[in-house]
Design a protein around this ligand. Sequence first.
Ligand code: SF4
Length: 322
Amino acid sequence: MVEGGPNGVSNFLDSIWQNTSPYLRIEALSHCLKSCGRSKGECLKVKDYIENRARLFNRYSEFSCPDECNRFGCEDERLHVSVSIIDLVAASLLTGKRVFHLFRAHYKIGTSPMEEHPWIQRFVLELKKPCPFLTEKDCEIYRGRPITCALFPEAFFLSPGQRRGLDDEKFGHYPCLRGPLVLSERRRFVLIELMEMARREALLTEFYLFGFSPLFVDLRNSVIDVVEVSQNTSRSIGDAQKPYEIPHEAFEKILVRRLGNGGYLSRIDSKMDELNGASGIEALFEIKDWTDLVAADDKDFPYCYEFDERDKLNLAKRPIPG
Ligand code: SF4
């Protein structure tokens, strides 16, 4: 028996979350959303979207991970897997674990540098590595895996006959990246559709978690912090071959520490907590309608932020270098 109202929905979900198969949970989510008086169209939105994504993941794909691969991409800490808030919801539906608990255990707030301007970093949601969902050689959340995982490695071969974007020194030993990897025309279209979905989900994620999208932070007013942390975290400072390289972890450590000091991490925790119930998940999809409209405009916000002395984020009013 399903009770009405948001609390009824949460209790109902609580009882089914632990005892049903993943597919039933998605069914049940849609069913109990219907019971709290929302329209049929709204109720089916979450289920339809996540199922449609799962269908696209392998549609027309001829790729499968080579037997000889030890799933380097899932294990390797140097390969950062950014994820969206919807990836997290999908993982929650498949595993039966609450979004907040999954976030705390298996994901983190990380940063991604601008290629030519490592002082400017973008906040992202990431999987912890080695990936906790890897069991032996299988992905425990295969149907609900992050879009980034579903795109790998095919998206790197979208330019006919060549691989682009991954450093050979770090990733040359991945059997799947040695190529060639031939993609059919129809698979190319699916990959492009998935990339567009990923772009929209990234906008939603940043807006939902950080309140801005994209959240680029300029670290040039934190030089002393970065050098100090670098000296403690890496031997590459002072290394004869790469004397000026500042490791990614140093930037990330500083930024995430300042995010915590500024009170932003606890707000992110609360946002994750709101997604533990069906009404929170549905509210997220209502926000997505809005962020999708913004994404359709295809205009990135061209400015970066910086932390002030109290670790509050302020618009730096400095354009992001092109
Ligand atoms: S989610 Fe699955 S495919 Fe993605 S890194 Fe983890 S185990 Fe690999």
